[in-house]
Design a protein around this ligand. Structure first.
Ligand code: IPM
Ligand code: MG
Length: 356
């Protein structure tokens, strides 16, 4: 029997509550599909700052590296908002992405049928189905480029730089094309090549990599146009590949189309398919501890983990189906509707387990 060691980074705010539900579901899946899971806990973000003084303790990096996969809740909260930039909880998140070489961020935006009415877009715009995969470069670009502040004759300025090397673009392009091969074989590369030199290199490099995937249809879009097309005609997209900053922005937009940001999972992968899995929503400090957070994005993150890192496809699909069924019989408050009972975080976790 395969046994996997999973590092849990529960984090801040609602992080612990939602990770607990995802663990419950993973345990149930393990039992049902015949594999084992052991867990180890590590600190990240605000909880790490409180306990060790740093948002990313070295021990956390070591524990993650020594495990088969990592499950993260969420980090951050008002308590730590006044700390200097390099000591904030978010710095821990950026640090763990870099330390583990997680350059490929997969952010699916799909609509579960029972949630169609929750989308702010009209039915006529959503069409039959929405199934977009955003592939975001995660360890380069302006997030990690040269930055600083300068003072010239009493006038302050600050700068951040967007820089991409050809190998960085190549590897994320390969990720996107490989994923497209398992989907509808369409990749849209999003950039700002009409203005930015780094985008022009991005476009040239993606075009070059595309030659190795003759079956995949490649198109290009400027990021401003893409932001507009996502709400005008989201059905046109299959895989979107883009830089760190553009992917950050477009994935929030795409997530809202699906009705609730509380539903969407993500995977951050290295070149060995080692991955960190997390819901794309934040730590929601305003509802933390109340037992009303939606655990489904974290549960779906476990499904992605089983699919992309642990190669347990059956279990992964079963969890997705259980989530879809759960939505037909109960809702957490964020996606509540008349006619269905509103349940707590833990009740939703139990419901998914019972449908597995
Ligand atoms: C995300 C978040 C992070 C990012 C923040 C919390 C640093 O917005 O994962 O999208 O910008 O990457
Ligand atoms: Mg973001």
């Amino acid at each position: 029997m395969n046994t996997y060691t999973i590092t849990l980074l529960k984090g801040d705010g609602i992080g612990p509550e939602i990770v607990d539900q995802a663990v419950k579901v993973l345990d149930r899946a393990a039992e049902k599909f015949g594999f084992g899971v052991t867990y180890q806990r590590a600190l990240l973000g605000g909880e790490a700052i409180d306990q060790t003084g740093a948002p990313l303790p070295e021990q956390t990096v070591q524990l993650c590296k020594a495990s088969d996969s990592v499950l993260l809740g969420a980090v951050g909260g008002p308590k730590w908002d006044t700390l200097p930039g390099d000591q904030r909880p978010e710095k821990g998140l950026l640090g763990i992405r870099a330390a583990l070489g997680l350059y490929a961020n997969l952010r699916p935006a799909t609509i579960f049928k029972p949630l169609k009415a929750a989308s702010p877009l009209k039915d006529s715009i959503i069409g039959d189905r929405l199934d977009i995969m955003i592939v975001r470069e995660l360890t380069g670009g302006i997030y990690f480029g040269d930055r600083g502040r300068e003072d010239q004759n009493g006038v302050q300025s600050a700068y951040d730089t967007e820089r991409y090397s050809v190998p960085e673009i190549q590897r994320i392009a390969h990720t996107a094309f490989k994923i497209a091969m398992q989907r509808n074989k369409r990749v849209c590369s999003v950039d700002k090549a009409n203005v930015l030199e780094s985008s022009r290199l991005w476009r040239e490099t993606v075009t070059e990599v595309a030659r190795q995937y003759p079956e995949v249809q490649l198109s290009y879009m400027y990021v401003d146009n893409c932001a507009m097309q996502l709400v005008r005609n989201p059905g046109q997209f299959d895989v979107i590949v883009t830089s760190n900053i553009f992917g950050d922005i477009l994935s929030d937009e795409a997530s809202m189309i699906s009705g609730s940001i509380g539903m969407l999972a993500s995977a951050s992968l290295s070149d060995t398919n080692f991955g960190l899995y997390e819901p794309i929503h934040g730590s929601a400090p305003d509802i933390a501890g109340k037992g009303i957070a939606n655990p489904l994005a974290t549960i779906l993150s476990v499904s992605m983990m089983l699919k992309y890192s642990l190669n347990q496809m059956q279990a992964a699909n079963a969890i997705e189906q259980a989530v879809s069924k759960a939505l037909e019989s109960a809702r957490t408050p964020d996606i509540a509707v008349a006619g269905l009972p509103t349940v707590s975080t833990a009740e939703m976790g139990d419901l998914v387990c019972s449908l597995l």
